[in-house]
Ligand binder design. Structure first.
Ligand SMILES: CC(C)(COP(=O)(O)OP(=O)(O)OC[C@H]1O[C@@H](n2cnc3c(N)ncnc32)[C@H](O)[C@@H]1OP(=O)(O)O)[C@@H](O)C(=O)NCCC(=O)NCCS
Length: 380
């Protein structure tokens, strides 16, 4: 194992410089000082691990460089690093735990395959989040969010056109929608019903006049989708008139997975209790339901989820629906709660669902409520 220190150690003060010189003279490290871009590229290409013991960073550029160069990072768990290093994509140890850093490096040197696997995962994540394509998409999203008037100006047939890359789904998108759903909700009820059932379910949403199914495209492929119903009661009535459309694929699945019957029973109860009462509301008080939202894991934190939700809320507004609501797991689901809250949704109930699976309801008003405000705003 060889340690190479790069950078102007003098910045740490005289004592740091002396300590670095002593370590270099004792042969513990090789100290290269400050390098130009070519020198840095060369050293990154030679290294396998980035040991990054910094305790104060806003956006750690060294970590990003190491990610692009394919190194495995070992660093402190300061907030900036936590955003970059995911499980299996590098090692984080508690801030200030020098022995932990040493143990992490020692553990890695005994296992070259682990270094490679972590380095590859880190590189994939950094490229997806901070590569040029991601940067351009973020800029596009910012520009689009500054132009809430686009849909109203008639630049497109639906609100989805207000966001670049967001468009209404077509039947050809259904396999990709099913794949994105399965990747985002592993083990969930609808996923366990199997791809045929999911395909039939989303086809029903697509074909229903009450359904809203929008997809986000990235590099020509579906990277995520949002699905829901503008007027749930009318949708459920139509569903009951064509039960075989969902029933046959569902029945096929139930024959092979009988335990799903219990879940089906529970879902039917929930449908009956939360869907139908809305049928008594007048059109202007109707509440759209945002039923599912998913972005492929490799495409997350690029703004696609935000754009999909904004397009969904705008679409509901264009259809004269005053409010959009959704439910999500109440526990162990902080990231999703933070996501919807950052989009301006308000928590309207914490007492839905079952004792086993409590749900939180969120709502947001659409542009039809007469505020004249853009349909979805960032709270922060
Ligand atoms: C929830 C989900 C759709 C978000 O999609 P996304 O494209 O990653 O979201 P965005 O990039 O638009 O994020 C918008 C904001 O939400 C918040 N946010 C999103 N994911 C977050 C996370 N994991 N932790 C904390 N905040 C998060 C952030 O404020 C983020 O803005 P920022 O990146 O500028 O900080 C996506 O993570 C997903 O598919 N998850 C699995 C399925 C799911 O939980 N669906 C929602 C329940 S129906």
């Amino acid at each position: 194992m060889k340690f190479v220190l790069v950078g102007p150690a003098a910045r740490g003060g005289d004592s740091t410089l002396q300590a670095v010189r002593r370590a270099a003279e004792a042969g513990e490290i090789e100290y290269l000082g400050e390098l130009d871009a070519d020198g840095l590229r060369r050293e990154y290409a030679l290294a396998h691990v980035l040991l990054f013991p910094s305790v104060g960073e806003g956006m750690p550029r060294v970590m990003l460089e190491a990610g692009f160069a394919g190194l495995c990072p070992v660093a402190y768990d300061i907030p900036a690093n936590k955003d970059l290093v995911r499980p299996g994509g590098g090692m984080l140890v508690p801030t200030g735990d020098l022995e932990g850093l040493a143990a992490a490096v020692a553990g890695l040197t005994a296992d070259r395959d682990r270094i490679t696997a972590n380095a590859r995962a880190f590189q994939r994540h950094v490229v997806a989040e901070f590569g040029m394509e991601a940067f351009v998409r973020r800029m596009d999203g910012i520009v689009a969010s500054l132009r809430p008037d686009r849909a109203a100006d008639g630049e497109g047939p639906t609100a989805a056109a207000a966001a670049p890359g967001i468009r209404p789904a077509t039947p050809a998108d259904l396999p990709a929608v099913v794949a994105a759903h399965s990747a985002a909700f592993p083990g969930f009820f609808l996923t366990r019903m199997g791809p045929r059932f999911l395909g039939a379910y989303y086809r029903m949403v697509l074909e229903s006049p009450e359904g809203i199914l929008l997809v986000a495209e990235s590099a020509g492929a579906v990277a995520g989708f949002v699905a829901g119903i503008a007027r749930p009661a009318a949708f459920y009535r139509a569903m009951m008139r064509r039960p075989w459309a969902l029933g046959f694929p569902a029945m096929l699945r139930l024959v092979t997975r009988p335990r799903l019957l219990l879940d089906v029973a529970e879902r039917v109860c929930r449908l009956g209790s939360s869907g139908h009462p809305q049928g008594h509301r007048g059109p202007s008080q109707a509440r759209a339901k945002l039923a599912s939202l998913a972005v492929l894991p490799s495409q997350r934190r690029l703004g696609l989820g935000r754009q999909l939700v904004a397009a969904f809320v705008a679409e509901a507004g264009l259809r004269q629906v005053a409010e959009v609501r959704l439910t999500t797991d109440a526990v162990d689901n902080q990231a999703t709660h933070a996501f919807y809250e950052s989009l301006g949704f308000s928590r309207s109930s914490d007492v839905l669902g079952t004792a086993d699976r409590p749900l939180t309801e969120y709502t947001i008003t659409t542009a039809t409520s007469g505020t004249g405000a853009p349909p979805v705003e960032r709270a922060a």
